[in-house]
Design a protein around this ligand. Structure first.
Ligand code: 5RP
Length: 250
């Protein structure tokens, strides 16, 4: 998770008492909900009875799903980026379409593990990166929602998730080491696509798009968690001083 940055003073990393941690966790949940509400205010007026909404995965995306359920009568259906998200949408009575059955997606809304000032992101902390990237690619617009602690000057403090075909685990790990990273196998985790995750520590990501392409070129890699090609168009970051909006540079 990124360090607090810029105007944000969120301080979860510096407080250790169990009592205060409970308060901070509650506060962070509240910030996620505020970011989700900001996304609803932004997309709500753009939706119509034919609109299809792409929905991300994770705790912030869950807040968004809960808010989206309140306006489910204003759009046609959703496309989910994970089985978990599909279950939550269905539990709220939001119709879920397979991506192959969706003609076009108006918007994709999702959280991030890190986001920089150009709206490049690291995603995949919840192991859903591949489907997230696919659904994002199918949408006209990517709206990122996060608490402000996710904003970083440069990507790379959060270990970079890489989804890998199981038989290629060692081959890909060696290639990632040759690129300067320290991959750790996320043992016990199998993605919705039946693959494994390597979390790569130690990348200082000065050129996100270049590294995203380089890693994707390694045989056995399905997808990596750099979202530079699929950067967000706009991000709503909830901090102690309210919502900050980041727009991607044209
Ligand atoms: C899941 C993701 C999530 O968007 C990312 O991990 C952020 O999650 P959270 O909102 O729980 O902090 O990429 O694969």
């Amino acid at each position: 998770m990124g360090e607090p940055n810029g105007p944000f003073t969120y301080s979860a990393n510096t407080i250790h008492s169990p009592t205060t941690r409970r308060f901070i966790n509650h506060s962070q949940d509240e910030l996620k909900r505020q970011a989700a509400q900001a996304a609803i205010s932004y997309i709500g007026p753009k939706l119509n009875s034919k609109s299809i909404v792409g929905v991300g995965t994770g705790s912030t995306a869950n807040c968004f799903i809960d808010e989206l359920a309140n306006i489910k009568h204003t759009f046609d259906a959703a496309v989910a980026s994970s089985e978990e998200t599909a279950r939550r949408l269905s539990a709220h009575g939001v119709p879920v379409l397979d991506l192959n059955a969706a003609p076009a997606l108006d918007v994709y809304v999702d959280g991030a593990d890190e986001i920089d000032h150009n709206c490049n992101m690291i995603k995949g902390g919840g192991a859903a990166l591949t489907r997230e990237k696919i659904v994002a690619a199918a949408a006209d617009e990517f709206v990122c929602i996060a608490d402000a602690s996710k904003l970083v000057a440069r990507l790379g403090t959060f270990p970079l998730p890489v989804e890998v075909i199981p038989m290629a685990r060692s081959l890909v790990a060696r290639a990632l080491v040759a690129m300067g990273g320290h991959p750790i196998w996320r043992e016990g985790v199998i993605t919705d696509n039946g693959n494994i995750i390597l979390d790569v520590h130690g990348f200082d990501i000065a050129a996100p798009l270049e590294l995203e392409r380089r890693i994707n070129n390694v045989a056995g890699v399905i997808c990596n968690g750099i979202f530079a090609q699929q950067a967000a168009n706009v991000a709503f970051l909830a901090g102690a001083n309210g919502i900050s909006t980041l727009d991607a540079k044209p």
